[in-house]
Write a new protein. Structure first.
Length: 665
């Protein structure tokens, strides 16, 4: 979390033979510290009075929590922490039998990941409020969160990939979201993968995968992969407007180092931005070009009518090789170890942010096309043409600050770049490339976000900084401190700090969208008559208990304020008990919980109209209670039951009942 991006004491930026001495590299700390200047009306600008709604949703990466969190803006109020790549005891996600398949991979059940970059689905290049994608960096995956339910709908594993960082950026109509591998690796058959690490140059390759989400269901599959030279791929963004049909990726480690990258991957003055013609790639796929290669992966999808996740396992992928399909991929030199790769709202300009560069290069799409047409190259890199830097560049932003990472855009022709090392946001003009304003961030900003700021239609209004370090910003909480977001107004010429709010996990990228584009989609409850779960009980009369060998299945219902059945006997040590709980409520915001003594996983939190299953293996003889965990009514504390567990081999008859009204007296 607190690991600085740059940790070498001495950085040699070859660009101008410039030495930067950056001690400890945690980012320079502006010396204003706690006496940050905040304008007198800042409070009024972020005040959302009790009972009213925020104007924007802000979807923020949960970083190493593996989740996606949702805040309201401008208040900074946290609305929800959506479980995605990590199990969540709050809701039973990843613990209930129905959600376990969501986390299945070729490595088995993987209950954790490191999530980085939320990306909203788009229609015609504009965020549409339907889905939010997010990548899992560690065991390469992409998730699709449905913004009707604010739940993870689908997760796909990415084969032939290691460190899914350059992901999950979308094409303008969400035909594809992409995954570029951070780490290159050897791929193919087992013997092709079992090679010496020092054979990196010969054997290690990267891939970019194009993942297609089905518009209706949100099921995902891999349409094709483009194979690339061995390097590290960091971030990307799609072209739009004039550059629609292209994708741009930042690449570092063009040194092809495989050890001590801190030094060995910082040798060259320039690495690359990779330009990839995805419409061409799609055409080649349709023409049957490329070849099928081994690439096993899981595609997991939550079926909302059975309330159960399903896994589909695929064995191979179609790979396109740009060394054969010559007009697919081009490299453009980019100073130095680029991280962010951002495209302005018109699609004309591509901004590469070199972590070790003392300037920000701005590439011009028209010039890129001209250079390709004229074969204006300076050579090739591993068989891929490298265009001449001078031919493709619009210009450079001079002296922007130290450690540029990411750039977002407003609707007035301005760009905003985060500076990790000098810990600031720098605003500059896309037309003149002049720096217009800078504000400190507290501290060590990584990503930043403007509502719609990576799309064709930025809504503007705010820029939010996502910071790595918060020393002295909040009340101390032991050795581990909160990460944070900071909200700045960008309405005027000068950026103005309005608010700090802590975040969960490390906030990498984020997206923000007007709430009015999301709210109309909200699902308030699931219709009980449409529930197709195999163990549903659509009313108390359908509840029952059945033994199948050592498995005991309980069809159970909940409604304010009781479970049916609530007295169960005849369970024995050695049994596996499956509580299939259907919440019969048909009203918004009335979940019931289910917890049982000795449960080794989590509770269940079951939404109205939904069925979820908790597997419980009793370990002790006796009568154990279960209860509702969600304070659902005045008699919530009465919402309880008992299960009797007898020794193995016991003859106690299996039965489940709810006794009559006077049974308790
Ligand atoms: S990366 S700073 Cu995934 Cu920029 Cu977070
Ligand atoms: Cu149901 Cu408390």
């Amino acid at each position: 979390m607190k690991r600085p991006l740059l940790s070498t004491a001495l950085l040699l930026t070859g660009a101008g033979g410039l030495f930067l001495l950056i001690n400890s590299m945690q980012g320079c700390r502006p010396n204003t510290t706690t006496q940050t200047v905040v304008g007198g009306d800042a409070a009024a600008k972020t005040y959302v009075k009790p009972g009213s709604y925020d104007e924007f949703y802000n979807f923020v990466s949960g970083g190493f929590s593996g989740q996606l969190s949702v805040y309201g803006l401008p208040s900074g109020r946290m609305l929800r922490n959506i479980p995605v790549f990590s199990v969540n005891p709050e809701s039973g996600y990843g613990y209930s039998e129905e959600t376990k398949p969501m986390l299945m991979t070729t490595h088995g059940f993987i209950p954790w990941d490191d999530s980085h970059h939320p990306e909203l689905s788009q229609t015609d290049g504009i965020p549409d409020g339907k889905w939010c994608f997010i990548n899992g960096n560690n065991t390469p995956r992409i998730a699709l969160v449905d913004l009707g339910t604010f739940r993870t709908q689908s997760i796909i594993e990415i084969p032939n990939c290691a460190g899914n960082h350059s992901s999950p950026f979308t094409t303008p109509n969400s035909e594809y979201v992409i995954s570029g591998t951070r780490f290159s690796i050897p791929m193919g058959t087992e013997s092709e993968r079992d090679v010496p690490i020092e054979s990196y140059r010969e054997n290690f390759k990267g891939t970019v995968s194009f993942i297609h989400p089905e518009p209706e269901s949100g099921k995902m599959s891999i349409a094709f992969q483009v194979i690339t030279p061995g390097m590290n791929f960091d971030l990307s963004h799609t072209g739009k407007g004039v550059s629609d049909g292209w994708f741009f990726f930042s690449c570092y480690n063009s040194e092809q180092a495989y050890s001590l990258l801190e030094v060995n991957a910082s040798q060259r003055d320039k690495d690359f931005i990779m330009a990839l013609n995805w419409k061409k790639a799609e055409q080649y796929m349709k023409e049957g070009k490329g070849r099928k290669v081994p690439g096993k992966y899981y595609s997991n999808w939550y079926n909302e009518s059975t309330h159960t996740a399903e896994s589909t396992i695929m064995e191979e992928v179609l790979q396109l090789d740009p060394r054969e399909l010559k007009d697919l991929v081009y490299f453009m030199p980019c100073p130095k170890s680029p991280h962010g790769c951002d495209v302005d709202p018109t699609g004309q300009y591509i901004v590469g942010s070199g972590k070790l560069a003392a300037l920000i290069p701005v590439f011009d799409f028209t010039k890129i096309q001209a250079a390709i047409a004229a074969n204006d190259v300076e050579g090739d890199f591993m068989g891929i043409p490298v265009l001449k830097y001078e031919s493709v560049i619009k210009g450079e932003v001079k002296k922007p600050g130290l450690g540029p990472l990411h750039t977002e855009f407003d609707h007035k022709g301005n760009a905003y770049t985060s500076m990790f090392v000098s810990s600031e946001i720098v605003k500059w003009s896309l037309s003149t490339l002049e720096v217009l304003d800078r504000v400190p961030t507290y501290y060590s900003i990584g990503h930043l976000c403007i509502p719609g700021g990576d799309s064709k239609k930025p809504w503007g209004k705010y820029v939010i900084a996502y910071n790595k370090i918060t020393k002295d910003r909040f009340l101390p909480t032991g050795p581990e401190l909160a990460q944070s977001a900071q909200l700045y107004s960008i309405d005027g010429d000068k950026m103005e700090l309005l608010l700090d709010f802590p975040t969960i996990g490390e906030p990498h990228y984020a997206q923000a969208i007007p709430a009015d584009l999301v709210k109309p989609r909200e699902v308030k409850f699931f219709k009980i008559e449409e529930n197709k779960h195999p163990y549903v009980a659509k009313g108390e009369k359908e509840t029952k208990i059945e033994r199948k060998g050592n498995q005991v299945h309980v069809w159970m219902t909940s409604i304010r304020s009781h479970f049916t059945p609530d007295n169960i006997e005849g369970v024995r040590i050695g049994d596996e008990v499956y509580f299939h709980l259907t919440n019969l409520e048909q009203d918004w915001d009335v979940p019931h919980g289910f917890a049982i003594k000795g449960a080794a996983t989590a509770e269940l939190l079951v939404m109205p109209g939904e069925t979820q299953t908790l597997k419980w293996i009793p370990e002790q003889v006796g009568v154990l209670p279960f209860y509702c965990t969600d304070f659902c009514s005045a008699l919530h504390q009465e919402m309880q039951g008992y299960i009797r567990v007898s020794p193995a081999g016991s003859k106690v008859e299996l039965k489940a009942e709810t006794r009559s009204v006077d049974a308790g007296s």
